[in-house]
Every structure is written in C-alpha cells, then in structure tokens.
Design a binder for this molecule. Structure first.
Ligand code: ADP
Ligand code: MG
Length: 274
C-alpha cells in the first residue's frame, strides 16, 4: 500500500510535484495518557478534497492538529513531500493554512487586521505589510462577502460571520494546502454553500488541496472526492462518498438509523426516527 519514503530522504528542502499533498503513515497520538489516534494512515493527493467524518470524539480534530504539527505524534507525516517535522513555523505557514474548530478571537482586533494575520509568513520581521498583502486581503474579504465588516471589531460579528472571517484569514495565507476543521458548522445553509463553493472554486482554479472534517454527512459527501470514516481513533473506511456513506457503516459507527438516497453530487443521508 503506502510506500512511505524513509525519513533519511527527508533532507529534501523543497516540495515535489509528484508527492502526495499529505501523507500520514502509522500515526498514533496519546494525550494525557489516553490513546486518541491509533495507527492512522491517510494520503491526500494534490488538488484532492478529502473529508474526515466520524462521531463526536472520534479524533477528527486531533488528526488535523497532528497533520499541522501541533501535537506530539508517532508515525510519519509528510506535507508536499517534506517531512512535517522538518518544516519551520514560517515555512509551514506558507504550505498549510488552517481553520481550527474554535479559533481564539483576539479582543479588540478589527476584521481587516485579523485577516491580515494570514499574510504574516510573507511580511519580513519588523517590516510592514506591502500593498500586495493588502490587495490579497481586500480580495478575499470581497470574495467572502465580508468587505462591509472590514473595520468592525471581530468580537462584534455573529458566529457565522466570524466563521467566514476565520476562513478568510486562511485563504489570505495563500498556502496550497487547506486544513479545515468543521469550517461551516456555524453557518446557515446559504452561507455554508457559498463558503464551500468558494473553497471548491479555489481548489479548481489554484490547485489547492483540501483536508477537512465535517459534521453534515450529506454535505461532506457532496464536496469531497473521498471520505475517511474515523471511529475511536482508527480509520474504519476510506473511499468515494457512495462507498463510505452506507446505512450499514453509519449505523455501526454512529448508532444512527438513516436512509441513503442517491443524489446528484453524492448520497443524501436522511436520519429516520424509530
Ligand atoms: P472529534 O474532533 O472527532 O470530535 P477530538 O479529536 O476533538 O474529536 O477528540 C478525540 C478524543 O480525544 C476525545 O475523546 C477528546 O476528549 C480527547 N482529547 C482531546 N484533547 C485531549 C487532551 N488534551 N487530553 C486528553 N484527551 C483529549
Ligand atoms: Mg472536532
């Protein structure tokens, strides 16, 4: 299956076109003595959109945080061909942009300044943002329907508006790999589609790679090329949405009764009461 390049090959400094965007092999994470992820392997190819699904507490957020280098983990993680551990913070930020499940909101910070934080890896130490950095930020604010909020303190925005600002910051970073942890769970159905359509368009136009987690199974299946079903810290199914969103797998791992209806962009998962 996965032929993980030996770590001795990790001295390569740049990225390799043919390398997977994300390659995780045998990843295990233990937090406070508790095993959270157990022998997880996962490959995301350049330009692909892979979404991790699974019940609450399955380890989805932990997986994304480990891929982002934020947790002590055993196993191999390579990002665009480079061993994750070999990337320094600033270099990593040019490769990976993240929207965490519950980002910290800096008190008093205006929306524009917050989104400008996404440009930090391009601004020299002790330097100021360039006109090009500001242009990127304004463009992203426009695309996410946020221009009117530019000068508002972020704390005064609604949950859904803030969620779009978090995504704006990640997009302003201009990284080829996006890690999105439930990026739309605070959004109404219209803004949810708007944000996911935008991510999908950027993916197609700029070749971005997306590794996401998502709560809504129908939406997860509509946007992802492949789904990874995580349960109790282990991968229990991987494949195109119709292979993972089956009544049998969802019943077994979520203890849910669902009806699966074929849809235009993937299966529709409908909960059915007993
Ligand atoms: P998901 O995103 O799938 O809902 P998480 O990755 O957030 O799940 O959490 C997976 C499991 O790890 C949960 O049982 C959670 O309680 C546990 N967990 C998360 N962080 C810690 C921690 N710092 N110490 C101990 N357990 C943790
Ligand atoms: Mg989570």
């Amino acid at each position: 299956m996965d032929s993980a390049p030996a770590d001795s090959a990790s001295t390569d400094s740049g990225t390799t076109d043919s390398a997977p965007a994300v390659e995780v092999v045998g990843l295990s994470v233990t937090l406070d003595g508790a095993p959270i992820l157990d022998d997880v392997s996962l490959t995301v190819f350049p330009g692909e959109w892979v979404t991790v699904i699974g019940p609450n507490g399955a380890g989805k957020s932990t997986l994304l945080r480990a891929v982002n280098g934020l947790l002590p983990a055993s196993g191999h993680i390579r990002l665009l061909g480079t061993a994750g551990g070999a990337l320094r913070r600033r270099d990593r930020a040019r490769v990976v942009a993240t929207v965490a499940q519950s980002p910290v909101v800096p008190p008093g910070m205006a929306v524009l300044d917050y989104v400008l934080l996404g440009r930090t890896p391009y601004i020299p130490a002790l330097g100021r943002e360039s006109a090009a950095d500001l242009a990127v930020v304004h463009d992203v604010l426009e695309q996410l329907d946020l221009a009117a909020f530019a000068d508002r303190p972020l704390v005064t925005l609604s949950g859904g508006e803030r969620q779009r600002v978090f995504l704006a910051r990640a997009l302003a970073q201009g990284a080829p790999l996006l890690l999105l942890d439930e990026p739309t769970s605070a959004l109404d159905i219209g803004h949810q589609q708007e944000v996911l359509d935008l991510v999908d368009r950027l993916r197609r136009e700029h070749g971005l790679t997306v590794l996401a987690t998502m709560h809504d199974l129908t939406v997860a299946g509509e946007y992802a090329d492949r789904l990874v079903l995580l349960a109790d810290g282990r991968v229990v199914a991987v494949g195109p949405p119709p292979e993972v969103l089956t009544a049998e797998l969802l019943e077994r791992h979520y203890r849910a009764r669902v009806r699966i209806i074929p849809g235009d962009h993937g299966p529709l998962v409908v909960p059915v009461r007993s």
